[in-house]
Design a protein. Structure first.
Length: 626
């Protein structure tokens, strides 16, 4: 979800408005952050090992093979309403909000959007994380629809951005969630295979199973399921993940925005406060359905905020919420196997000052053996970074936290606070390098760094991988696990890049040395490695092209070389949109990219509502693209 200003605040801004964070920082922390900046300014490279490693990065370029790492010239910034890719590449639409998955869906109305009767039969709104699967020789894409832009989705019939009727609230619920669709490439490019038996919409009402330690616990017993074994729907599906056994992981992020409380005497519990669950919700569903009213059903929000596993190969399968992976504002779920083939999942919690997590399964993955319970038992840990370039994964155990095993998972944020996890600058996607044992996390920005604590009152001091106060640009941290094993508890870290604006600043806010006037950007968010080991970086930031962001243009996708540190701009997106979601065709010749919340006239031209979309990008010469 973007940080840009709509007619209503962003989810982040809403949470802070309705659930004010504690007092401002004390003087000591301001002094400490100023010292850090001076260190950077003097060229001493005093940001822990972060900037030191950046120096290393930039001296290793010569060691690379002679073949060009990037076979294209970087594109300039743009401020228009379409997509630009380098010379030698081309893009086409694959799917837009409202495109039919089934032939009984009504044709999209460019003025009114999706008809209620068709709202579960079409491609969903606000595309986000996605993954590609090959099933019986067919190509399937599972893709999230993160949220609704009610001004767009309910043209002329919303109240301050919220649905005004129960039917409209239901329509919004129907166009969010997950789409599974078969796609195929023909003479005109890629398109949806309408009526494919794999096509499926999973919405905010689809029945789900709860699995893992929390299933059946009192904390998830609800009015609709007093046994606490099921959940209704999936909410605010942000990033994604893919398991080695061919399932899709969808990640529930700002779920709190769907729950309110109508009782006048509603009192926010500490656990609700930590998750920004308050009386007035962002989306207003509680007005129409007691399920979203915490006064009537206090545990219902505890069934949201999880990682959900979906089998794309079976359109009748019941999605499973994997509670062992913890409950927070999940960004994505990056899966990698440990040296002994235990399953490691890296997980970011995208809120200012929240934490970075890791799950390690108890059991190992064995090909062709059952995987039904692999994600149900294991250890959830949080990251603690130190200024010396080292870090530790701290296991969230009852002994360490004083909480029960189930409470640790439902209220993972509170458990993380108890063990002193490092407060981060909004962890977005994690991506693991296929060529080397290292992982990267986009820390998108945090304008409250060094100024305000997180929602739990944990301080957010400047330092370590979060080296700038009031960080409006973001950075990418990476870590190498000890012994090259992602299950190891110790790691070494550095910063791959600090975004910034070298045309506006000459201090740390200029960015790291691999940021130039020619490639600058802000707010890294989506990330994925290609098969060659290059890191693709998508942005969701301020696209005003003014002030601190002058010269950065619309949101964009760049590609970075982990070895040299070089970063080059590959794609610029339509005004108003963020770029999010990325996967490749099985032959590597097509890259699918998500364009979320564009402004009109993208993509259908003047007079049409704007439509989020997935595009297919190819090289004009037909060679592989990643
Ligand atoms: Fe849905 Fe943190 O982005
Ligand atoms: Ca994101
Ligand atoms: Ca974002």
């Amino acid at each position: 979800m973007t940080d840009k200003d709509h007619s209503r605040p962003s989810a982040d801004a809403w949470d802070e408005l309705k659930n004010p964070r504690p007092m401002e920082t004390d003087f000591d922390r301001v002094v400490a952050s100023a010292l850090t900046r001076r260190g950077f300014l003097s060229g001493v490279i005093a940001l822990g090992s972060a900037a030191g490693a950046m120096g290393t990065l930039l001296t290793t370029t010569a060691a690379r093979a002679q073949a060009p790492v990037f076979p294209f010239e970087g594109v300039d910034i743009t401020t228009d309403s379409t997509i630009h890719v380098p010379e030698g590449y081309e893009w086409k639409l694959l799917a837009r909000w409202g495109d039919a998955l089934f032939s009984d869906a009504a044709v999209f109305d460019p003025a009114q959007g999706v008809a209620f009767a068709s709202s579960t039969r079409v491609f969903g709104e606000n595309t986000d994380g996605m993954e590609l699967f090959q099933v019986d020789g067919h190509t399937l894409i599972a893709v999230n629809s993160e949220y609704s832009n009610n001004e767009v989705n309910l043209p002329g019939r919303h109240a301050e951005g919220k649905a005004a009727t129960a039917e409209d609230a239901q329509l919004l619920r129907n166009i969010q969630g997950v789409t599974v669709m078969e796609v195929a490439e023909g003479a005109d490019g890629w398109s949806i295979v309408v009526d494919s038996p794999w096509n499926r919409r999973i919405t905010q009402d689809t029945e789900m199973r709860l699995a893992g330690p929390v299933a059946g616990h009192a904390l998830v017993q609800t009015v609709s399921d007093p046994a606490g074994m099921t959940a209704r729907g999936t909410f605010n599906n942000c990033g994604s993940g893919k398991t080695p056994w061919g399932t899709y992981l969808t990640c529930e992020e700002n779920f709190n925005g769907f729950f309110g409380a109508t009782a006048a005497n509603f009192a926010q519990a500490a656990e609700q406060k930590r998750y920004s669950l308050g009386a007035e919700s962002y989306n207003g569903y509680e007005k129409f359905d007691p399920r979203f009213d915490m006064s009537a059903d206090p545990n219902e929000p505890n069934t949201q905020g999880w990682i959900v596993e979906i089998d794309p190969a079976d359109a009748s399968s019941i999605p499973v919420k994997r509670t062992a992976l913890g409950r927070f504002k999940h960004e994505n779920a990056e899966v990698v196997l440990a040296a002994d083939r235990r399953v490691v999942v890296y997980l970011g919690d995208d809120e200012r000052g929240e934490f970075l997590y890791r799950f390690v399964s108890d059991a190992v993955y064995v090909e062709d053996q059952p995987t039904d319970t692999l994600l149900d038992a294991g250890t959830l840990s949080v990251a603690r970074f130190t200024d010396d370039g080292k870090g530790q994964w701290i296991a969230l155990t009852p002994e360490a936290t004083g909480m029960s095993a189930e409470e640790i998972l439902v209220f993972a944020r509170m458990a993380g606070s108890k063990v002193g996890a490092t407060t981060m600058d909004r962890p977005e996607w994690v991506a693991v390098n296929p060529m080397k044992a290292e992982a990267y996390c986009a820390l998108t920005n945090n304008t409250r760094r060094g100024v305000k604590p997180n929602a739990g009152g944990d301080e957010t001091p400047v330092g370590g991988p979060n080296p700038r106060e009031k960080n409006q640009y973001g950075q990418i941290v990476r870590w190498t696990p000890e012994g090259g094993d992602h299950a190891a508890d110790a790691f070494a870290w550095d910063l791959y890049v600090m975004a910034g604006n070298p045309a506006r600043h000459s201090d740390a806010y200029a960015g790291s040395r691999n940021v130039t006037a020619g490639n600058m950007f802000n707010s890294p968010d989506g990330m994925a490695f290609d098969s060659k080991g290059l890191l693709w970086i998508q942005t969701d930031g301020d696209d005003s092209n003014e002030g601190d962001f002058e010269g950065q243009g619309n949101n964009q996708m760049l590609v970075g070389d982990p070895v040299s540190g070089e970063i080059r701009r590959f794609l610029t997106a339509p005004k108003g949109s963020e770029v999010t979601g990325l996967c490749w065709s099985a032959d590597g010749k097509t890259m699918f990219v998500g364009i979320q919340h564009p402004d009109a006239p993208f993509p259908d031209g003047e007079g049409s509502l704007p439509r989020s979309a997935v595009i297919a990008v190819k090289r004009s010469d037909g060679m592989a693209i990643g």
